[in-house]
Ligand binder design. Structure first.
Ligand code: AMP
Ligand code: MG
Length: 401
């Protein structure tokens, strides 16, 4: 590795050592809990299903009453889902529908496709086996069994599962307050005319969008001019209002880079030069009780460093236990003959053959590459790629939560 550079893994380890889960837990209605992070494991206080019930529309019978095909039974009752039948008298059947409770005495369901109705009788054409098409009490979830582990972000199906065992509210960690600001005298907001020499503030959109996928409560302080006083003043305000402050730009050591001296004046700062491409400089520190992460201003670099560093940092702060992204092995359908001496995150896209294509320019100023791509290939330092090689692929879908 290059001298004086920190590896991605070392930087991540140091960063995560400084991430502390929010302490406050609040109860939210289960209907509003999707996207939140569960603070305590949930156990079921009931069996699911709560009673033996029919898995099919058909007839509930006693198997002893149907020793051979073409047996006739009298249909003595009808049981709809939501109602409870009477005990099944020997020699009779009960018309029954999916989800309806099995009447006492019945020990199998015959699908309606295998029964012919004749007046108030049925002809059962197929001999049922014991227990056929009966969903047993507790076969899905047993009373006392864990349904949801702590430290996971609740997905829609998780809230559905909680509701299925009667849970009306869930304990979740309070949302992380994330402060964002964007340094650079060159920045202009879309909607305003673009004077010569200026550029649009694209990072504001990328970082706000990312923050939303992580369910953060965002405070956006907008564009901050390249001056020490302006940077210090917004830092003080953000530190009073946020758990984590993430900024773009101003972390190099040029004449117009005020983030470093501003954070040093208001708190503590570590500057890291990281052995990765894109995204070399990263600043990590603290202002009052808020954590601070300063990303490079370059749009591709800030996007990638957010996904690689800020993402796990935020997840841990949110109370999520597993913060590593899932990478998958995938086939490269491209050559990468001149790898960098730094670990690279290449912008790639699935193709119709199930392999990965590479965006033609991996220049870190080309934001188009990130929009075109479906994710990043995590390529180790100095590793040349030949078409057909297996590479480590991190789809955006694994990096956006
Ligand atoms: P800096 O890290 O401040 O030296 O910025 C590096 C490069 O990224 C420069 O070309 C900046 O103009 C550009 N840049 C900085 N901030 C933004 C932003 N918010 N949106 C788009 N480009 C930016
Ligand atoms: Mg700048």
């Amino acid at each position: 590795m290059n001298k004086g550079l920190l590896s991605v893994d070392e930087a991540l380890e140091r960063l995560l050592a400084g991430a502390h889960p929010v302490a406050e837990v609040e109860d939210v209605p289960t209907l509003q809990a999707s996207g939140r992070v569960l603070a305590q494991a949930q156990r079921s206080s009931m069996n699911v299903p709560p009673m033996d019930n029919s898995a099919m529309d058909g007839y509930a019978v006693r198997t002893a009453d149907v020793p051979r095909p073409d047996t006739r039974l009298k249909v003595a009752q009808k049981i709809l889902a939501g109602s409870v039948g009477r005990p099944l008298a020997p020699g009779t059947a009960a018309r029954i529908f999916t989800g309806a409770p099995i009447p006492p005495g019945a020990d199998a369901i015959v699908m309606q496709e295998f029964c012919a109705q004749e007046g108030d009788e049925i002809v059962v054409k197929k001999v049922p086996s014991l227990g056929e098409w009966i969903r047993l009490t507790g076969s899905d979830i047993r009373t006392g069994g864990e349904v949801l582990p702590a430290g996971t972000r609740l997905r829609p199906q998780d809230t559905g599962l909680a509701a299925s065992v009667g849970v009306a509210s869930l304990p979740v960690y309070r949302r992380v307050r994330l402060g964002l600001f964007f340094t650079g005298d060159e920045l202009v907001m879309p909607g305003d005319p673009l004077p010569p020499g200026r550029i649009y503030n694209s990072n504001r959109f990328t970082l706000n969008g990312l923050a939303a996928t992580f369910d953060c409560e965002v405070r956006d302080y907008g564009i901050v001019p390249d001056s020490l006083e302006a940077t210090r003043s917004v830092l003080r305000r953000a530190a009073a209002e946020c758990d984590v402050i993430v900024t773009s730009g101003g972390v190099s050591v040029g004449e117009a880079d005020f983030v470093k001296p501003a954070v040093e004046a208001e708190g503590e700062l570590l500057m890291w030069r990281i052995s990765m491409k894109p995204g070399r400089p990263l600043a990590f520190g603290r202002v009052a009780r808020a954590s601070f992460v300063g990303l490079p201003g370059n749009p591709v670099s800030s996007f990638v460093t957010f996904l690689i560093f800020v993402r796990p940092f935020l997840l841990k702060t949110q109370g999520i236990a597993q913060v590593g992204p899932h990478a998958i092995d995938a086939r490269a359908d491209f050559d990468w003959p001149e790898p960098d001496a730094r670990r690279e995150f290449l912008r790639v896209k699935w193709n119709a053959r199930g392999g990965l294509d590479l965006y033609p320019t991996q220049d870190s100023a080309v934001l188009m590459s990130t929009a075109w791509a479906d994710g990043l290939v995590d390529n180790p330092a100095n590793r040349a790629i030949r078409a057909g090689d297996t590479v480590r692929f991190m789809p955006y879908s694994e990096l956006y939560r």
